[in-house]
Write a protein that binds this ligand. Structure first.
Ligand SMILES: [Cu+2]
Length: 112
């Protein structure tokens, strides 16, 4: 219980600091320190992917960067090469951003 309370306090503190980080460059990326970006990354499982069209369907947990709850949905990827070596069933950690209404995965790594 003690740990849960601490985790909640930490996430709240992070959430509260987000608008400032996003305001830093007007787009919500690039200016973000790595530790903040890491903390914003979400867990997911790849369901479907298409490197040619740069799309990936991910069953994801809460997306802190977009204020989204858990669901399965299709994202664009910043670079089709990000999908190289990935396959359905892979557990990943990723960061998605709203690029002019297109939800785009900008960072993806294998989850361990
Ligand atoms: Cu979603």
């Amino acid at each position: 219980m003690k740990n849960l309370t601490l985790a909640a306090a930490v996430s709240f503190g992070l959430f509260a600091s987000l608008p400032a980080a996003i305001a830093a460059d007007g787009h919500g990326h690039a200016a973000m320190p790595m530790s903040t970006q890491q903390a914003q990354m979400s867990e997911g499982e790849i369901k479907k992917l298409d490197a040619a069209t740069g799309k990936v369907t991910i069953k994801h947990g809460p997306l802190h960067s977009l204020g989204m709850g858990p669901m399965t949905m299709t994202f664009h990827v910043k670079d089709g090469a990000m999908l190289e070596g990935r396959k359905p069933g892979d557990k990943v950690r990723f960061l998605a951003e709203d690029h002019g209404g297109k939800l785009t995965v900008t960072t993806m790594e294998m989850s361990h």
